[in-house]
Design a protein. Structure first.
Length: 249
């Protein structure tokens, strides 16, 4: 049976009947497909009256391979005339922000070349520790970093470990940790929880790891201890937030 289907695919010649098709037609193909490349789909669309041609990224020739969601969205739009926005990929995660304290002054003291080398050492140390604690480094823009973890205790312990490690480089960092729903956008992250984590980090001083009450509640029994730092308004975030200083017990 399969042999007959394959023979039908390769040996059938429907070119003469294409102009006679009088029903709405959607032609979907992958831009980099090798076996049935773009010229095949373009020929079909050009010779079927009023056909719509859609070229999607990828190299798959079979419709059920590759990014099927993109194919289904095109079919749904063609049939219903309504294109639904793809559902955001939201997950519960813990975000960690760190920032080098006094980086501008230190850069001026060292000069550009020496500061770049020191910043590179900082990033290397931080990256290794984030991986050790099961996190994912998201960004190292400027003189800080953003990482995400699937557990708040690991994020807090990682922040403490980074502080200790970069102190040996003559650097001091501050950190903020928060747990909430984030939106995954490729390698990047977004969402209110990310903004909250950044605002909490901005409240910290050198050597401090500040967390939200959410983190404190979730890590009960982990061996971490917390000091109440009171209620704070976080810029751009509704309401007041109770902030805690994380310490090892």
């Amino acid at each position: 049976m399969m042999k007959a289907v394959v023979r039908l695919m390769y040996e059938s010649d429907v070119r003469k009947v294409l102009p006679a098709i009088r029903v709405p037609t959607l032609v979907i193909q992958r831009r980099d497909a090798q076996r049935f490349g773009p010229p095949f789909g373009r020929y079909l669309a050009a010779n079927i009256p009023d056909a719509r041609l859609v070229e999607l990224p990828g190299a798959d020739s079979l419709i059920w391979a590759g990014d099927q969601d993109a194919v289904l969205r095109e079919i749904e739009d063609f049939i219903t005339g309504v294109r639904r926005a793809p559902e955001p990929n939201r997950v519960l995660a813990t975000v960690l922000f760190t920032d080098i304290v006094g980086s501008t002054v230190r850069a001026a003291e060292l000069g550009d070349a020496r500061w770049r080398r020191l910043l590179g050492e900082h990033n290397l140390v931080a990256r290794r520790l984030i991986e050790r604690y099961g996190g994912v480094l998201v960004d190292t823009a400027g003189d800080g970093l953003l990482a995400r973890f699937d557990g708040p205790a690991r994020a807090v312990r990682c922040a403490m470990a980074i502080q200790e490690a970069v102190h040996e480089l003559g650097l001091d960092i501050r950190a903020g940790v928060h747990t909430g729903e984030i939106e995954l956008q490729g390698a990047d992250v977004a969402g209110l929880a990310v903004h909250i984590g950044a605002r909490i980090a901005a409240l910290a001083t050198g050597g401090e790891v500040l967390t939200s009450g959410t983190v404190k509640d979730l890590v009960a029994g982990s061996g971490l201890a917390f000091e109440d730092r009171g209620l704070h308004e976080l810029k751009g975030v509704p309401g007041e937030w109770r902030i805690y200083l994380a310490t090892s017990s």
